[in-house]
Design a protein around this ligand. Structure first.
Ligand SMILES: NC(=O)c1ccc[n+]([C@@H]2O[C@H](COP(=O)([O-])OP(=O)(O)OC[C@H]3O[C@@H](n4cnc5c(N)ncnc54)[C@H](OP(=O)(O)O)[C@@H]3O)[C@@H](O)[C@H]2O)c1
Length: 319
């Protein structure tokens, strides 16, 4: 299946599978479910804020990997099956509850993804598109419906790498986020397919600007990013992440360069890590899982919650 090659059509079925796979991952996972907020003033993302609230919701191995290696995407059948095989079978309720909680608290209008979910790092812009004629500058204006009272599946694709046939369904419309550096033929193609897009930034997509446009033009107040580490890392470095919902799968993936929860640019010398405040946490044992969790929740001197978790592998080294 899939949009994993440049120019490969992403059909309604495939996008449904994307959403379904995300939901399936969410529905099946984990021993550990943490919800943390960034250590920012409580009103920094309140309703009156100038940008929408952004919640990162991700499923990861205990060592923080969100996929198996750099080269494969979970939409690939083989990789998807392996990834699903590390999901405990008794935790459906955990993520159903997480999604319900997100819905109850924020009613998020946008699910956000990066292009890396669909295409490989090495894939370039969609090829074979006709060169647009006429007013090229007009292509670089937002292409949004006049009435936008709906929910969105938004994908950052500043390089124009994904070919879509999915344009939306009863529950969500597709919104592609591009920049002024996106090839004009790709923008003409999106218009010809009646796929909505917004333009943010002059090189890579300006994520802060994109969020503001979503609020101003589409009335968006909350976005849930279900992306991989590249996009989530860029959001983090742009100071745009307000909350993290993390489901930990009782497995280790390892591997230098394997996408993690947050990738992107390393901290510079003297730059501080982003601090979190734990909002809540839940752990579940499963019969089929080889992990053992013994979580304890304590308080550090500063009053912030801490958590100790012990895991055991299936290996049998001597004591
Ligand atoms: N376990 C999970 O919950 C989960 C969820 C989603 C994905 N995944 C897996 O994660 C892997 C993909 O992760 P990834 O890190 O390769 O892809 P990714 O998160 O999609 O990262 C690439 C995206 O980030 C954007 N980006 C990167 N740096 C940026 C910057 N400085 N400014 C603006 N935008 C920036 C890119 O924009 P351009 O397109 O414009 O270059 C692209 O859209 C796949 O294997 C996928 O299956 C796992």
């Amino acid at each position: 299946m899939s949009c994993a090659e440049p120019g490969v059509t992403c059909s309604t079925k495939v996008l449904s599978e994307v959403l379904a796979s995300v939901k399936a991952i969410n529905a099946q996972s984990g021993c550990e479910n943490w919800r943390s907020t960034l250590d920012t003033p409580p009103d920094s993302c309140a309703a009156g804020s100038i940008r929408p609230r952004l919640v990162v919701s991700v499923t990861a191995s205990v060592d923080g990997r969100v996929t198996l290696n750099r080269a494969t995407r979970l939409l690939d059948d083989a990789a998807g099956k392996i990834w699903h095989s590390i999901h405990p079978d008794s935790a459906d309720g955990m993520l159903t509850a997480r999604n319900a909680e997100l819905e109850r608290r924020y009613t998020p209008q946008v699910v956000l993804e990066g292009s890396g979910t669909f295409v490989a790092d090495t894939d370039g812009p969609v090829t074979g598109l006709p060169s647009p004629t006429g007013d090229l500058a007009a292509l670089y204006e937002h292409f949004l419906p006049p009435e936008a009272d709906c929910r969105w599946f938004a994908v950052v694709d500043g390089r124009g790498r994904i070919r879509w046939t999915y344009k939306g369904d009863a529950s969500r419309r597709l919104l592609v986020i591009v920049s002024r550096a996106t090839p004009a033929p790709y923008l003409a193609y999106l218009r010809s397919e009646d796929v909505s897009y917004l333009v943010a930034g002059n090189g890579p997509v300006d994520l802060g600007d994109a969020l503001l446009t979503m609020k101003d033009q589409l009335g968006v107040t909350t976005i849930v990013s279900e992306a991989g580490g590249g996009l989530n890392g860029a959001l983090l470095r742009s100071g745009l992440v307000d909350e993290l919902h993390l489901v930990l799968l009782p497995s280790l993936v390892g591997g230098l360069g394997t996408p993690t929860i947050f990738d992107g640019i390393p901290l510079q010398l003297g730059q501080l890590p982003t601090r979190l405040r734990l909002l809540d946490a839940e752990s579940r044992q499963t019969a089929s899982s080889r992990c053992t969790t013994r979580p304890t929740v304590g308080r550090c001197q500063s009053g912030r919650s801490q958590r100790n978790v012990t895991w055991r592998t299936g290996n049998t080294g001597s004591a």
